[in-house]
Design a protein around this ligand. Structure first.
Ligand SMILES: Cc1cc2nc3c(=O)[nH]c(=O)nc-3n(C[C@H](O)[C@H](O)[C@H](O)COP(=O)(O)OP(=O)(O)OC[C@H]3O[C@@H](n4cnc5c(N)ncnc54)[C@H](O)[C@@H]3O)c2cc1C
Length: 427
C-alpha cells in the first residue's frame, strides 16, 4: 500500500487473480498475448521486409518497432531527440556515473504486466519505489497548511487522514462500483466490466473528479476534500486533476496504476535503449543477430518528421528534417499528438475531422523535477533534538506538502553509497 490515504477496499485474499491493466477501456489480455509461444501475430510471407514508419522513439515506438521487426517487417524509426522519449535518465556532471535521476517516468505499477514483460526480456531489475508511506519508505512527513505530521505508517497520522481515507473508499464504492469492477477485472470478465463501465460512462461522462467528490455524501466536508486533494491516493497530490474527468481517475484507481510502485534499477531509459540493441532469438525473415539498431543506417533512428500526408493508394508519405521523403503503406505515430498541430505539417486528409477535434482537445500537463546528488543517504540517520537527545525520528523524510516543492523523494542505493534527492516534483 503506497497511499497516504489507503486505496479503496483492501483485498487481503492473496489467492485472488491479480489486478492488471485488463481494465475498462482495454479489456485485452496483452500479457497473455505477449507470453504466447506463437508471438503476437503473423504477416503473410509475401509482405516480409516491407517498411513501416514508426514515428517517435519513446517506449511505445520502440516496442512497436521491435515487435514488427520480429514479425518480419522493416520498422523505420524516426526520432526527433533521444531514444526513450519521456523515459529519460540523466547523470550528474562530476558524479559517479551510476548516480542517475529520472527526468520522466520513475515508478511503475506491478499491474502493468506488459511493461514488466519487456523489463524482464532485457534483464532489468526493479525495486520498490519510495512513495509516501510505502513499505520501502522509512518515514513520511505530511505538511499541510503549516502543520507537519511525521509518520511511519498511516496510523501515525491524525484521525482526519483516516476519515479522508474512509470517505474516498465510500465514495468509490457508492459512486463507482469499485468492488464489483475490481472483481470483474481480476476475473477478466469482459462482459461484466463492460456492463459496469457503460453505466458509469453514462452517469459520469460529464463529471469532473472534484464534482464526483462534491456529489458524494462522504465528501461533504470542504476540509476533507482539501486534504484529499493534497495527499490523495497512491503517489499523493491529485488536486491538479480535480478539473479532469472522474472517468480518467477511475481508470487509474481500478487498474492500481498508482499503487505498489517500483523503479527500474539503473534508470528507466535503459529499457528502450536495450530493446533498440536487442537481437531477438525468434525472428522471421531477418537473419539471427538482427536488431533495430542493425536495421538503421549508422545504428541511429532517422531524424524528426516534419511533414505527413496521404498520397495515392492511401499511402503515408513522411518527410524528415533531412529533407528525405519516403512513402509507406503504414505508419505508426507515437509522438505527442499535439505535434501534429504544431511541429509537423499535416494535410487534413490524414484523419477524419472528429479525430482532429479530439487531438485539439488533448491537454498536456507540465511538470518539473529538481534533483540533488548527495554523497550518502544521510536521511537514514536518526535525528537528535537541540540537546542532543534522540527524537526517534529520521533526519529527513519523504515529504508531501502544499508548499511549492509538493513532493520530495529520497532515493538511496544502499547505505554509504551516493544517493539522490528529488527535492521537488510538481505537476
Ligand atoms: C515528468 C514525467 C514523469 C512521468 N512519470 C511517470 C511515472 O512515474 N510512471 C509512468 O508510468 N509514467 C510516467 N510518465 C509518463 C511516461 O513517461 C509516458 O507515458 C511514456 O514514457 C510515454 O511513452 P511514449 O513512447 O508513448 O511517448 P514519448 O516517450 O513521449 O515518445 C515520443 C517520442 O516522439 C518523439 N518525437 C516528437 N516529435 C517528433 C517528430 N516530429 N518526429 C519524430 N519523433 C518525434 C519525442 O522526442 C519522443 O522521443 C511521466 C512523464 C513525465 C513527462
Amino acid at each position: 500500500m503506497t497511499s497516504t490515504v489507503p486505496n479503496a477496499v483492501e483485498h487481503a485474499d492473496e489467492q485472488q487473480p491479480p489486478i492488471t491493466m485488463f481494465g475498462p477501456d482495454f479489456p485485452y489480455a496483452y500479457d497473455d498475448f505477449l507470453a504466447h509461444p506463437a508471438g503476437l501475430g503473423q504477416i503473410p510471407a509475401t509482405e516480409h521486409g516491407t517498411e513501416v514508419a514508426v514515428i517517435g522513439g519513446g517506449l511505445s515506438g520502440i516496442v512497436a518497432a521491435y515487435e514488427l521487426m520480429k514479425m518480419g517487417l522493416k520498422p523505420v524509426v524516426y526520432e526527433a531527440d533521444q531514444i526513450g522519449g519521456r523515459l529519460r535518465t540523466v547523470g550528474f556532471d562530476g558524479c559517479d556515473p551510476s548516480l542517475t535521476a529520472e527526468m520522466g517516468a520513475m515508478r511503475f505499477p506491478p499491474s502493468s504486466t506488459a511493461l514488466q514483460h519487456y523489463i524482464d526480456l532485457v534483464g532489468l531489475e526493479t525495486r520498490p519505489f519510495p512513495n509516501p508511506l510505502a513499505e520501502a519508505t522509512p518515514s513520511t512527513v505530511v505538511d499541510l497548511k503549516g502543520e507537519s505530521h511525521y509518520a511511519e505508517t498511516i496510523d501515525d497520522l491524525p484521525q482526519v487522514y483516516r476519515d479522508v481515507a474512509a470517505a474516498w473508499n465510500r465514495c468509490l464504492e457508492e459512486g463507482a462500483d469499485f468492488s464489483d469492477m475490481n472483481r470483474a477485472m481480476r476475473e477478466r470478465d469482459v462482459e461484466r466490466i463492460r456492463e459496469i463501465w457503460s453505466k458509469l460512462v453514462e452517469k459520469l461522462d460529464n463529471q469532473t473528479f472534484y464534482g464526483f467528490l462534491c456529489e458524494s455524501e462522504a465528501f461533504k466536508s470542504f476540509r476533507h476534500r482539501e486534504i484529499f486533494g493534497q495527499v490523495g491516493f497512491g503517489t499523493g497530490g491529485w488536486d491538479t486533476d480535480f478539473p479532469n474527468s472522474i472517468l480518467e481517475i477511475l481508470r487509474v484507481v481500478y487498474t492500481e496504476a498508482d499503487d505498489h510502485h517500483r523503479g527500474i534499477v539503473g534508470g528507466s531509459q535503459q529499457l528502450p535503449l536495450r530493446l533498440w540493441e536487442r537481437e531477438p532469438e525468434k525472428i522471421l525473415h531477418w537473419p539471427h543477430g538482427t536488431s533495430l539498431k542493425s536495421l538503421h543506417v549508422n545504428g541511429e533512428p532517422r531524424p524528426a518528421v516534419t511533414r505527413l500526408h496521404r498520397t495515392a493508394g492511401n499511402r503515408i508519405t513522411v518527410t524528415d528534417a533531412n529533407g528525405d521523403i519516403r512513402t509507406y503503406r503504414a505508419a505508426i505515430f507515437t509522438a505527442q499528438s499535439w505535434m501534429l498541430l504544431s511541429k509537423i505539417q499535416c494535410d487534413d486528409a490524414l484523419f477524419p475531422i472528429d479525430h482532429w477535434t479530439a487531438i485539439e482537445r488533448t491537454h498536456y500537463m507540465e511538470s518539473s523535477k529538481l534533483f540533488v546528488p548527495v554523497d550518502r543517504p544521510f536521511w537514514l540517520d536518526k535525528a537528535v533534538d537541540d540537546r542532543g537527545n534522540p527524537t526517534g525520528r529520521d533526519v529527513m523524510s519523504m515529504t508531501l506538502t502544499d508548499r511549492m516543492t509538493r513532493g520530495t523523494y529520497l532515493l538511496d542505493n544502499g547505505p554509504d553509497k551516493p544517493a539522490v534527492i528529488c527535492l521537488s516534483y510538481t505537476w
